[in-house]
Design a protein around this ligand. Structure first.
Ligand code: ZN
Length: 417
């Protein structure tokens, strides 16, 4: 969490870039991107919500994870999408490329495929021409092969005649198909061609032999967005994986195991985490912020309140802490904050008792702070005995719940029974 608020926002925005692109693609293109590409929209453009402008600002963070795969290239920006191994072509040529390759800034890959190859004096431009030719070659052979299969099988099964030219089927499909954006149309199962469902003609081995999965939609076969993480193409977008890539990682802190252990109660662990970081508004901290408040501890009334006093220099808290641990047959536990943190990992060699000690510590922190807040905000006072009973009740219920889920936790439950 210390890695900074901006990083947290960045992670969320990478996710938002994905969801925005997926969920509101058509509306965004029509209203905000117009003829260009998401990657070429100027940050200074007017229009769009606060969130849209934030997304534009964080595009560079998402760029390394985003690729597109060309099917027909109709929806892919020639200059700004990452469709070839060369990367985003605009970053290689700059605006000069528009003139050198005679392709405007809003050109699609499809429009580049229809022009003739040229020779250039600049080597990078020749490399770009070569990438275009690769798409032309692969596209032609891939489409022809697919259509050939369909056509041949169609004729073999229905007419027992020789295969016809693939262009005929292509023309028929062009003329007769009304599939919208193809997202709801299954390639194999829906009657989106003039011949009805293709699975009836090709047979069940068709999906395997043509490499088109059984439940692909027609839109799946069009240009696709691909997310790549650590060089590996992903089946779907994972905000967790992307976040792990972009976040600043640090060595695990020594107290991590004291907080995020297997028997924790989430709200107790969270509260303990804030106390370890000393982020809770104890009265010494409130005073340091310039607030004029009485600093005396509300639990004992004899010293000023601070984290280190509450846990467990305060006589009230110390009584709770000691009596709770007596249940685990631990007498005279340390009472100074730093000493407690050092003692917790070695308090017991037994796994379940060790977990029980951590439960006791976190629950004491939580319930003592709750008592302090009751007194501060509500003026209601519970005696130490009641807090001790509360701690026992809470840890017992938690241990019982764990034991019901996992019988191997029975020993933990017996620590509190
Ligand atoms: Zn006190």
């Amino acid at each position: 969490m210390d890695s900074g608020q901006s990083s947290v926002n960045a992670g969320q925005l990478v996710l938002l870039v994905n969801t925005q692109l997926k969920g509101e693609k058509q509306w965004i293109h029509r209203s905000l991107i117009h003829k260009g590409s998401f990657w070429s929209v100027k940050e200074t453009q007017s229009g769009g919500s606060w969130m849209w402008r934030k997304i534009l600002k964080y595009r560079d963070l998402a760029k390394p994870f985003h690729r597109v795969e060309v099917f027909d290239g109709e929806t892919i920006s020639f200059w700004f999408d990452y469709w070839s191994p060369l990367g985003r072509l605009y970053e290689i040529t700059g605006p000069r490329g528009y003139i050198d390759l005679e392709l405007q800034s809003d050109a699609t890959v499809a429009s580049a495929l229809t022009r003739n190859r040229r020779r250039h004096w600049i080597e990078n431009l020749n490399k770009i021409e070569e990438e275009v030719q690769k798409i032309v070659r692969v596209g032609r052979s891939g489409a022809d092969a697919a259509l050939y299969h369909i056509w041949r099988e169609l004729n073999c099964r229905r007419h027992e005649e020789a295969a016809s030219p693939t262009t005929r089927l292509l023309k028929l499909i062009d003329k007769n198909i009304l599939i919208g954006n193809g997202e709801d149309t299954f390639f194999w199962w829906d009657p989106w061609t003039p011949f009805g469902p293709l699975i009836h003609y090709i047979g069940c081995d068709g999906p395997t032999s043509m490499g088109i999965p059984l439940f692909s939609t027609v839109s799946d076969l069009c240009d696709q967005t691909v997310w790549i993480i650590d060089g590996v193409t992903q089946d779907s977008f994972s905000s967790r994986q992307v976040w792990n890539c972009i976040r600043e990682t640090k060595a695990e802190v020594s107290w991590a195991q004291l907080l995020w252990h297997k028997a924790r109660t989430p709200k107790h662990a969270f509260s303990a985490w804030l106390f370890v970081l000393n982020r809770n508004p104890t009265l010494d901290r409130v005073t340091s912020w310039g607030c004029d408040v009485e600093q005396t501890c509300l639990l004992c009334g004899t010293s000023d309140e601070s984290r280190d006093h509450l846990f467990f220099a305060c006589p009230f808290s110390l009584q709770v802490w000691q009596e709770v641990l007596l249940k685990l047959s631990i007498s005279s536990p340390p009472s100074q904050w730093d000493a407690v943190l050092q003692w917790l990992p070695v308090a017991s060699l037994n796994r379940d008792r060790s977990l029980a000690v951590l439960q006791a510590w976190q629950t004491c922190l939580y319930e003592i702070w709750a008592e302090r807040n009751r007194r501060y905000h509500l003026g209601v006072t519970f005696p130490a005995r009641k807090i001790i009973c509360l701690v026992f009740s809470v840890v017992h219920d938690r241990a019982l719940s764990l034991a019901l889920q996992n019988p191997s936790r029975q020993n933990l439950l017996s620590c509190w029974s």
